[in-house]
Design a binder for this molecule. Structure first.
Ligand code: ATP
Ligand code: MG
Length: 198
């Protein structure tokens, strides 16, 4: 691109960005939904947790599905930030356990912790990892969950991850990103990789 054309393009872009910033002047916490069938939802959620930590904000994490395999982000939190609340459902994947009643009870127990955190006036960012499956499997009541999100402590931003989750959750969320699967190494027989997949 020629220098003058580049400068013109940048000037236009700056005007558009400035106008956008001017419009987005309303200060409030947000609900972010990271959904879709591609890889990157949970790690993105943890990325925001670490982003908030960088500013000394108060964060917490609740994970609604947990296999027996620990993840790097879990280890980092436990090792370096033992004071940060990290609650895991801890029943393993549903297709391993195949026990609806036990899974539902575990979901309820875990939800109680999440519900308390949603009311916590000192928290800034809360990650509800894989919450969408609790709604999809009807382990949790959608109205109860959505109400708790709406009624959350005013300064608290919430990140929800997981495929699906329903249209009501999408509508409630302020930011919704869909991670689309274009390809995944797993499909060609490549094993889940430490540091990348878990
Ligand atoms: P990540 O934890 O890597 O951010 P994710 O939260 O988007 O991934 P999940 O559906 O929660 O994805 O699945 C977690 C695990 O499954 C990860 O090891 C991830 O690499 C793998 N995975 C995610 N998407 C796919 C896919 N489309 N095909 C195969 N494996 C996948
Ligand atoms: Mg995930």
């Amino acid at each position: 691109m020629q220098a003058d054309k580049f400068n013109k393009t940048m000037a236009l872009q700056k005007a558009s960005v400035d106008a956008g910033i001017e419009r987005a002047s309303h200060e409030q916490s947000v609900v972010v939904l990271l959904t879709g069938d591609g890889k990157g939802k949970t790690t993105s959620g943890f990325g925001m947790i670490f982003r908030a930590l960088g500013y000394g904000q108060k964060v917490a994490v609740v994970q609604f599905i947990k296999g027996t395999q620990a993840s790097g982000e879990e280890l980092l939190l436990r090792d370096c930030y033992p004071e940060i609340p990290l609650v895991q459902m801890g029943t393993g994947f549903t297709w391993d356990t195949q026990n609806f009643a036990a899974d539902q009870a575990a979901a309820h127990r875990t939800w109680l912790a999440a519900d308390d955190m949603l009311k916590d006036p000192t928290l800034d960012v809360l990650l509800l990892d894989e919450l969408t499956y609790m709604l999809a499997y009807k382990f949790l009541d959608e109205a109860v969950v959505l109400n708790a999100l709406r009624q959350r402590s005013p300064q608290l931003s919430v990140i929800v991850t997981g495929r699906g989750g329903g249209t009501a959750l999408r509508e409630l969320a302020d930011t919704v990103s869909e991670v689309k699967n274009l390809k995944h190494a797993y499909d060609t027989g490549i094993k889940a990789r430490l540091g990348v997949d878990y």
